[in-house]
Write a protein that binds this ligand. Sequence first.
Ligand code: PMP
Length: 405
Amino acid sequence: MSLTNLFATRTEGMKASEIRELLKLLDQPEIISFAGGIPDPALFPREAFARAMARAVSAEAAGTTLQYAQSEGYLPLRRWIVGYMATLGITCTPENVLITAGSQQALDYLGKLFIDPADTALVGWPTYLGALGAFNAYQPRYDRLDPVANRGPAEIAADADAAGGRVKFAYLSADFANPTGVTLDLAEREAVLDMAETLDIAVIEDAAYQALRYSGTAYPPLLAIEMARKGDLEACRTIYCGSFSKTLAPGLRVGWVVAAKPVIGQLVLMKQAADLQTATLNQVVTAEVAEELFDEHVATLRKVYGARLQAMLASLERHMPKSVSWTRPEGGMFIWVHLPEGEDGAKLLERALATEKVAFVPGNAFFADGSNRNTLRLNFSMSDEAAIDAGIQRLARVMDAAGIR
Ligand code: PMP
């Protein structure tokens, strides 16, 4: 028997991506992969976690750390986050902070919080695939969030209305976005906030890569800009999603949301209903390790990943054919590549795996409508400089064999 005819309609938007099949081939050791989007495990602060873990399960501590805890999150961790947000120009209290199981869970909850079927979500074109995955379960319609909008808010609102819902939020990563590596400048951040004011919608600021800047000067988060405008977090429409996944370790699944109290209050109810709380032990060790070494560890990551980014940019400069262009990020984990019009990244990946054993993610996966097949995402955080240069040379040979000049 099959239960599939009983599945709720919301499952219709939850599809496995076609590229996942191709990426299963990546286990072969001789492949140089720029496909992942993950931190280098050699850089995890393992010893600090081992010490914190041992302390956390000691006889004195285990009564708390192995016990249920409040849904809002472990208070010392929320206090650390309040201090961290202050360094970004955001004044908040622990009541404005919810700890989530990674920022991915926050995206799911925010989809659940805002989207009725047929409501419109404004997203980047391209955007983070996992955000589309999280929102899809709530059956939204997507429209383009362009910092330099090609259609005005009135038109966007009218289209949302005609589709049977309304625009509920804009979702974006302002720093080193996944997949493009692109950062919004101050004017573009202001423009997103202006548009959100006009449309009267929420702004979901995904700051997963925010700490990983390797060069240039940082812009304030959208939430900081909005707070400077309004003087009070409680008046702000921006919801900031942070994560320890790219700075400390993703396996602990610890992230956070900072927002006005009514938003946090409703998210806490969702947290209670979904999983009661984020794992107590993971929150405790995250708080201790963050307290002990966050700044110095992030400085190390910036040095190592920054050198890898420079190596990849230099290698692209040396080896790519004339018709290919790419972004020049100042942080994060990704470079975004444009092939000439009419080329197909998924076909190129097939050829790359078969002939040169080099991998990347075809870019169309990151577009809500699957368009822009002539794009690729390259990850530079997982390979050392030698592998980066060798991999880019392989990629150049694949392009040459495909007639891309
Ligand atoms: N946002 C972006 C832009 C990401 O790239 C990722 C991870 N790939 C996440 C959110 C989710 O990260 P986590 O749940 O580990 O915090």
